[in-house]
Design a protein around this ligand. Sequence first.
Ligand code: ARG
Length: 459
Amino acid sequence: MEKMWSGRFSAGASNLLDEFNASIMYDRKLYREDIEGSLAHAAMLAKQGILTEEELKQIQDGLAQVKEEIESGKFEWNISDEDLHMGIEKRLTQIIGDTGKKLHTARSRNDQVAVDFRRFVLRKNKEIAEAIKALMDAILVVAQKHTDTLIPGMTHLQHAQPINFGFHLGAYLSMFKRDIERFESSYERNNISPLGCAALAGTPHNVDREYTAELLGFESVSINCLDTVSDRDFALEILFNISTMMMHISRLSEELVMWSSYEFGFVELSDEYSTGSSIMPQKKNPDVPELLRGKTGRVYGALVGLLTVMKGLPLAYNKDTQEDKEGVFDAVETAEISLEILKEAIKTMQVKTDNMEHACAIGHLSATDLADYLVEKCGIPFREAHFITGRAVAKGEELGVDLSKMDFKYLKEIDERINEDVMEYLGLRHSMNARTSQGGTASERTKEQLDYFKNYLQK
Ligand code: ARG
């Protein structure tokens, strides 16, 4: 089979080269973008008098047929066509004859692939942002039910201060909102049309780049063609956006794995989203969050892979760039299924509030409250209050009781300035609700935060 670029060659390509060089087996995913790009380009060529109206009509009809063939599975994808651009153009020419050969006037595969891939990535920035919103909706529903459910707040994975579970989930809502904003800002920044840049230097044909940009839904036209045909920042951005989002998903997953253990027992994932063991009949494994944690690794791989592909490239287009697509396709698919399954796992999980609250009664979670009491009620400087509280904690350890349950007489022994009203301060719910500073865990404050996310999601 003769190649489209075979003019200056006397021998055909080896099969090995075809296999090595081709991207058609995966870039065919971009067929919609490619056909839409060609339709816009042809319409512009006709408007500029470069194609006749009759030729435009033939191209439009031919491309409609190609699209139909692709969608019905009739289209033959051949590795010898190298990429989808040439595969589609070849088929178009088979269908409509010589007019098909005029479509590539004032265009190169370099701007063509830049259009296709950029539009794919832009669309995915939007779709993923929407999918994150759906996940946030599911988290919000659980969070709103648990603004009074105590859970140990931790630092260093050690019990620190009592918080409520809604507040804990609110932290993830904050992360996911930032993720959405990153996808949105990438969309805005990269919504620029490469079409009309041709191979690298622009074209002598009288093209109207504004017109094709408008037809394709781009906000504006790129500034410098040399940059445009070699720029893959938009692809790196979505990979970074997905990586950061997956890092957040992975952190939440790590907590779900821990919380599902007997040691924590804070949640139980539904049977629908848990798996069993082939040997141990009693097992119910949190495969979903574990896989989410694991899949984060391959997404990082795609980001680092493309960063590495790009780092040594001289201007402008280089074939290395063809390596941009598979990692992005894989990362996008990973992001989509991850968001979907995490959402379902959260919707169907059981929150074991009793276990959460029990866990709060271990580890002297209200120690800071005793120190705060000594400062506020007894006028003791914080450093000294910290020391006195440390002694109270040591006493609790010795007696085997949590500070929140300790008999008042022991506290009085430690420092006689302490009065009976301290017992209220040491209560765990009191401790949680005392943290009323802006952004704090007090139930009322948590509810405000969740309302903020609710409003955000309704917009
Ligand atoms: N398949 C190529 C890619 O994905 C399309 C652009 C090819 N351009 C070229 N001059 N070889 O990057």
